[in-house]
Design a protein around this ligand. Structure first.
Ligand SMILES: Nc1ncnc2c1ncn2[C@@H]1O[C@H](COP(=O)(O)OP(=O)(O)OP(=O)(O)O)[C@@H](O)[C@H]1O
Ligand SMILES: [Mg+2]
Length: 321
């Protein structure tokens, strides 16, 4: 059975902002599923709809077999939701935060104490359980937030950007812990992220969301495998991007080429043999090159391939708005 089924969700905010433009995807039971997309793609809105916190204009969704719109109470009983902004009390201890959340869910006495101890342990913050949260590191606080979403033993956990704002090291250790937690708590996890590496590492399957739509869905490996060949990125010294693109398109072994600003990107059969040919074609036309890089297909490339836009540029551009 699919733990989450989402079909054709649409939502337009006041002032005509189209946050969801027909979002559909399915998450299998026990899976860690990633919604990957740049800022403003509609990730949080999707998760908020599934967590019954906001209503869409159209579409349908079920979580653990319950209809999100007709049975919101049943849905709330089986889900945990960890918002993009943290929900803990900084002036209380970790243990107090978890216990309070347990109370909200009707837990009391020894079962509550056991559950709080178990979570502190599973989240790797047992030693800090009796410290005021204000003294926690960013990674410890985020772990506590996740604990707050798990107190009542949900079967489906929504994590909205679990590692945003953490340094790379804290992020990597969080990935390990989330994987383990999903297993130990028999969870289906839907997480959102705008870190390509995070989706790649953590998600069994993922959907790439862009401008309110799912543009592609699959396993990280499968999505990358669909892109044949290596990516070559060439930084041009002095413009003439169109000339450069035309020159490269004409070469054998080049599947695609595109330019954006001073960057020329090509997908080639074999990077090692294609690069010398590309460089001499550019040199022959007097087009200067600042740098050349070559890489195996990544999720950046998948995004570029399906949307025609650069993920990092788009992520930054909307974050600056
Ligand atoms: N309460 C709101 N009122 C008006 N517009 C909103 C509201 N919430 C979100 N939006 C807009 O809807 C669009 C989708 O927002 P959403 O928060 O779902 O994106 P996101 O993918 O979670 O982005 P981020 O990575 O920045 O968290 C954006 O254009 C956003 O500005
Ligand atoms: Mg968001």
């Amino acid at each position: 059975m699919d733990a989450i089924v989402v079909e054709g969700l649409e939502k337009t905010y006041p002032k005509g902002i189209r946050a969801l433009d027909g979002v559909s995807f399915r998450v299998r039971e026990g899976e860690v599923f990633g919604l990957l997309g740049p800022n403003g793609a509609g990730k949080s809105t999707t998760v908020r709809v599934l967590a019954t916190l906001t209503a869409p204009d159209a579409g349908s969704a079920t979580v653990a077999g319950h209809d999100v719109f007709r049975e919101p109470d049943a849905v709330r009983g089986v889900i945990g939701y960890v918002a993009q902004q943290s929900g803990h009390d900084r002036e209380a201890t970790g243990r107090e935060n978890l216990a309070l959340q347990g109370h909200v869910h009707g837990l009391r006495g020894a079962p509550l104490r056991r559950r709080v101890d178990e979570l502190l342990d599973r989240l790797g913050i047992a030693d800090a359980g009796d410290r005021i949260v204000r003294t926690y590191s960013g990674g410890m606080r985020r772990r506590l937030d996740i604990g707050l979403g798990l107190v009542h033993e949900p079967s489906v956990l929504f994590l909205d950007e679990p590692t945003t704002g953490l340094d790379p090291e804290a992020r990597a250790s969080m990935w390990d812990e989330l994987e383990r937690l999903a297993r130990e708590e028999s969870l289906t996890v839907l997480l959102t992220t705008h870190y390509l590496e995070e989706a790649d590492q953590l998600a069994d399957r993922l959907a790439i969301v862009s401008q309110g739509k799912v543009v592609v869905e699959g396993t990280p490996e499968g999505l990358k495998r669909q892109l044949r060949g290596d990516a070559v990125t060439i930084e041009l010294a002095d413009g003439r991007a169109e000339d450069a693109e035309a020159a490269i398109r004409a070469l054998r072994g080049v599947h695609e080429a595109s330019v954006e600003d001073q960057l020329l990107r090509a997908r080639v059969e074999n990077g090692g043999t294609a690069v010398p040919g590309i460089l001499s074609a550019l040199e022959g036309r007097g087009i200067g090159v600042t740098s050349v890089t070559m890489s195996r297909p990544s999720l950046d490339d998948v995004y570029l391939h399906v949307t025609g836009r650069d993920f990092r540029t788009e992520d930054q551009a909307s974050a600056d708005e």
